[in-house]
Ligand binder design. Structure first.
Ligand code: UDX
Length: 440
């Protein structure tokens, strides 16, 4: 099929590339000339495992093209995906200016009937409003569908190729047929292609993210309670997870969620509720608990050093909001670094991918280390802020030798408290029961 994707951000680039990989002719369109030029030369603006190889191959083979020319880019397409950003606006709601602007340009450029698909996460009612705005301009008939994405950063290609479900929101059911054809190669036999109204599809994306974020804030609150009562949240997780109504997924306590989706989508839902005279008390609480959780490591570090961090050096492993990405949007590590610097500490950091993005914010205020052990050298404590696999089994003897004091704050519960104490560390996890070191 002939496909156009507008917006070469995270979602658009993965969408366009994976569709090209399955044999479609894809044109990716972006107004940023530098970005388009870079993509043509094989420069991928984000780090996502496997993406660069797929972009190179499909570009080389001519199935994937990049352009800044929207009208020419969509001319032959049967389906046009809109995958522009919908960042948080000043009022907490999603800023839809990108969607409106692109919709207008598409409407002006339409020469033949097409299906326009909103891929961006948008508040309920956006499909109806975009249709209304485009109808004022377009000279040929068109349909607007919704097709929310459920990709996880760091696993986006895998998620695209093996979706749990495809959700399509359409006003006329026959419009979903071309989308079914497009997605059929990716749908395993037991996975559904769900067709519903645009409003339900728009709501589905928010409800999914709200529930996932709720699980995280819930387990974080319970982890803090475990800690206060000397229970171990890992045992409790096992105790609840085998109950099939509960399960194990998305119940890992830590330093709070970050990223480009959860924080903004939760606030968008709070705003959507307010717009209808309602109050989303659950989402207000989820957001508040998460903001507080981002301070948990700060509190632990500050308490350990009795409020005196001036002149102390803290090593931080992990800066990205989660492993296998270089994305630092709303990353808990940044909240920690800000607090450490504000209290006069020196900060040494390591992350396998995110250092360039972090350097753009902090410049020479912190020390960047290419290797994990570099961040520990001469530090008074090590903090784990992101659970990259390469942090899971380090050489603890080296860490002990390099640290001034053997203190570890494990914000992602990657280490075993018992083992850490045996090795002679003072260990702080999140909601973990830490044994007392043996006397003598
Ligand atoms: C999320 C949704 O999973 C995805 O479906 C949607 O399309 C976009 O938002 P993403 O933000 O890439 O994807 O990452 P995800 O793996 O969901 O993690 C989000 C945050 O929650 C991370 O900061 C992660 O560290 C945190 N998290 C996740 C926890 O703290 N505990 C958990 O158990 C799971």
């Amino acid at each position: 099929m002939k496909i156009a994707v507008i917006g070469t951000g995270y979602v658009g680039l993965v969408q366009g590339t994976c569709l090209a990989e399955s044999g479609n002719d894809v044109v990716c369109i972006d107004k940023l000339a530098d970005k388009v030029e870079g993509l043509k030369q094989g420069k991928i603006p984000i780090y996502e495992p496997g993406l660069a190889e797929l972009v190179h191959r499909n570009y080389r083979d001519g199935r994937l093209k990049f352009t800044t020319e929207l009208a020419a880019g969509i001319a032959d397409a049967e389906i046009v995906f809109i995958a522009v950003g919908t960042p948080q606006g000043d009022d907490g709601g999603a800023d839809l200016s990108g969607v409106w602007a692109v919709g207008r340009q598409v409407a002006e450029a339409l020469q033949s009937p097409k299906v326009i698909v909103i891929k961006s996460t948008v508040p309920v009612g956006t499909n109806a409003e975009l249709t209304r705005r485009m109808k004022e301009v377009a000279k040929v008939p068109f349909d607007v569908a919704n097709n929310p994405e459920f990709l996880k950063e760091g696993a986006a290609i895998e998620d695209f190729n093996k979706p749990d479900r495809i959700v399509i929101g359409v006003r006329r059911p026959e419009v979903a047929e071309s989308l079914h054809e497009l997605y059929a190669p990716f749908l395993r036999t037991d996975r559904p292609f769900l067709v519903m109204s645009p409003e339900s599809a728009e709501m589905t994306k928010y409800v999914a993210n709200c529930l996932l974020a709720t699980k995280i804030s819930f387990i974080n609150e319970m982890a803090n309670l475990c800690e206060a009562y000397k229970a171990d949240v890992n045992d409790v997780r096992r105790g609840i997870g085998h109950d099939q109504r509960i399960g194990f997924h998305f119940l890992h306590p830590g330093v709070g969620y970050g990223g480009s989706c959860f924080p903004k989508d939760i606030r968008a839902v709070i705003h959507m509720a307010q717009t209808r005279g309602l109050e989303s008390r659950m989402m207000l609480a989820v957001d508040e608990v998460n903001e507080a959780q981002k301070q948990v490591l700060v509190r632990k570090v500050t308490e350990h050093f009795k409020g005196d961090l001036a002149g102390k050096t803290i090593g931080v492993w992990g800066l990205a909001f989660k492993p296998r990405t270089d994305d630092i949007r709303e990353a808990p590590a940044l909240v920690l670094i800000d607090a450490l610097l504000a209290q006069g500490a020196q900060v040494r950091v390591h992350d396998p991918e995110a250092i360039p993005n972090v350097r753009a914010i902090y410049g020479d205020k912190i020390v960047y280390c290419d290797r994990p052990y570099g961040a520990v050298e001469g530090a008074d404590a090590l903090v784990i802020a992101t659970e990259w696999n390469e942090f899971r089994n380090p050489d603890f003897e080296i860490i002990k030798r390099l640290l001034h004091q053997p203190v570890v704050f494990d914000g992602r519960n990657v280490f075993d408290p018992e083992r850490m104490v045996e090795l002679g560390f003072t260990y702080h996890g999140v909601g973990r029961l830490v044994p007392q070191p043996a006397a003598g």
